[in-house]
Design a protein around this ligand. Structure first.
Ligand code: GSH
Length: 210
């Protein structure tokens, strides 16, 4: 079976690609634009009416939403142990972290990268962006405290939550007024570990931490 991943540089589709690499899946990248002034293909809009990436397809099936795809793939390939089993104690913190990433940390990024979604008219966009910068500090601080002295998000064991964390750190741009990853030393420690993995090196060959 071959997956198709609707893919663009600098987006959440890269985290999904790392997981596909980790589990040794057969996949094809479907390059798409994230330029909001350019049209999406008919197929893309049919699969995700938002016109966003990532979208994953296999056989006759498809899904979107990066956190949901992450959980789906981890559960489909349990032997790679990228997620705790559904009846294990650490499953709770795994799901909590992924949902927090998707709903709170990503939302903070969106305030800065897509201010028009959060403001009524151009005049308010700067305010949304400034709030986004503060919100990034608030949410990353919470993640940093949650990690504490742990080796990985879940403790001693590496998981897809660490991959997701790494992907999100690559979006931090201090030159825009966002915090630097170095403000969150526990997050940075895990991101550095994820970056050393072969799968990450393949997906992020040019990445340089800011
Ligand atoms: N909640 C969605 C957000 C997806 C999203 O915002 N994708 C961005 C790139 S990371 C995108 O496709 N942006 C282009 C656009 O807004 O049209 C997810 O986590 O998959």
């Amino acid at each position: 079976m071959k997956y198709r991943l609707f893919y663009a540089e600098g987006t959440a589709s890269k985290g999904i690609r790392i997981i596909l690499e980790e589990v040794g899946a057969n996949y094809e990248l479907i390059p798409v634009t994230t330029d909001r002034n350019k049209p999406r293909s008919e197929e893309h809009i049919k699969l995700n009416p938002n016109g966003w990436v990532p979208v994953l397809t296999w056989g006759e099936s498809s899904m979107y939403e990066a956190a949901a795809i992450t959980i789906y793939l981890c559960d489909k390939y349990p032997k790679h142990e990228l997620a705790p089993a559904s009846n294990s104690d650490s499953r709770g913190i795994f799901l909590q972290t992924l949902v927090y990433f998707a709903s709170s940390v990503q939302n903070a990024f969106q305030l800065d990268y897509y201010p028009d979604r959060f403001s009524d008219g151009k005049g308010c966009e700067l305010s949304a962006q400034r709030r986004g910068h503060r919100r990034l500090r608030e949410t990353w601080n919470i993640v940093d405290q949650q990690i504490g002295t742990k080796r990985f998000v879940l403790g001693d064991k590496f998981s897809a939550a660490d991959i997701y964390l790494f992907m999100l750190t690559t979006w931090l741009k201090p030159e825009r007024g966002q915090p630097s990853v170095s403000e969150f030393p526990n997050v940075e420690r895990i991101a550095d570990r994820v970056f050393e993995r072969e799968s990450t090196q393949l997906v992020y060959p040019k990445y340089k931490k800011l």
